[in-house]
Design a binder for this molecule. Structure first.
Ligand SMILES: [Zn+2]
Ligand SMILES: [Zn+2]
Length: 267
């Protein structure tokens, strides 16, 4: 071996073994410095979400309110949460309850740069997505204000929508915009949210006839309804809404959240 060339000229096997060793060493260091962890509980996990956190998701199952997707004791056309509200979307469905590890996962997706969770969370709503996808021409998503999107660097609902559009081979409609600066919905009581979002969204260009609107969380339905209204003003005939999670309300107990998905004894 040439003393001035540690790789050893003309000795490819020696070069390969040196390179492989170096790669292993660097790989080991990178795992020591940046260990792969679950983005929710921070336990060691090769996937962005560990099995224990994924198992903790509380899935919403039938029967649900036909209109807003609230879990009910039996199928109903509307429920005490959506009855009497003028909701502009055709129907809304959600994957799970906004609680426990699902709530933490969405929090991580939005506020902790947990973009790697978007693919996983988009698959979590696959059952509902699969049922709705045949009846839609395009996928849209709830926009953030330009300032908020610039601060965050991405729109979490946009990421979810992109994964779904790719998987189901649907065009993505990206011209729904937030045109009014308003206080964030989660900072307001449920009663004020409807007025707060009025006129906050606008659609541009031609909107396809049947649209699936994606958002991360459904709370009162006000945001989804205003987006649906904006889409309809530019040509949509029906707007379905699909969210990863849903915050259950119990209007009989006033304006406060419930920690679990309760069964609505409607009618
Ligand atoms: Zn975990
Ligand atoms: Zn309902």
């Amino acid at each position: 071996m040439n003393r001035h060339n540690p790789i050893g000229s003309g000795t490819p096997r020696s070069f390969l073994s040196t390179w492989t060793g170096l790669r292993r060493l660097l790989g080991g260091f990178s795992e020591l410095i940046f260990p792969q962890v679950c983005l929710v509980c921070e336990s060691t996990s090769k996937a962005p979400l560990c099995a224990s956190c994924a198992d903790g998701f509380s899935r919403i199952t039938s029967p649900v309110c036909e209109k807003c997707g609230k879990p009910c004791e039996r199928p109903v056309a509307d429920c005490r949460e959506c009855r009497g509200k003028h909701l502009h979307f055709t129907l809304a469905r959600s994957g799970g309850a906004y609680t426990g590890s699902l709530k933490s996962a969405i929090h991580s997706l939005k506020y902790k740069n947990g973009k790697r969770l978007a693919a996983y969370l988009s698959r979590f709503v696959d059952d509902e997505a699969g049922r709705l996808m045949e009846a839609v021409d395009a996928i849209a998503f709830v926009p953030l204000s330009k300032l908020k999107e610039a601060e965050r660097g991405y729109n979490q609902s946009g990421l979810l929508a992109r994964h779904l559009a790719r998987r189901y081979n649907k065009p993505l409609y990206t011209k729904l915009a937030k045109v009014k600066n308003i206080p964030e919905q989660h900072r307001l009581g449920f009663a004020q949210r409807g007025d707060n979002v009025k006129g906050a969204f606008r659609a541009f260009g031609k909107v396809p006839e049947r649209v699936l609107l994606i958002d991360d969380v459904y709370t009162t339905g006000s945001t989804a309804s205003e987006c649906a209204s904006a889409l309809k003003q530019r040509g949509a005939a029906v707007v379905y809404v699909l969210t990863v999670a849903r915050t259950p309300l119990d209007v009989s107990r006033g304006d406060r959240r419930r920690a679990v998905v309760d069964s609505c004894k409607c009618r």
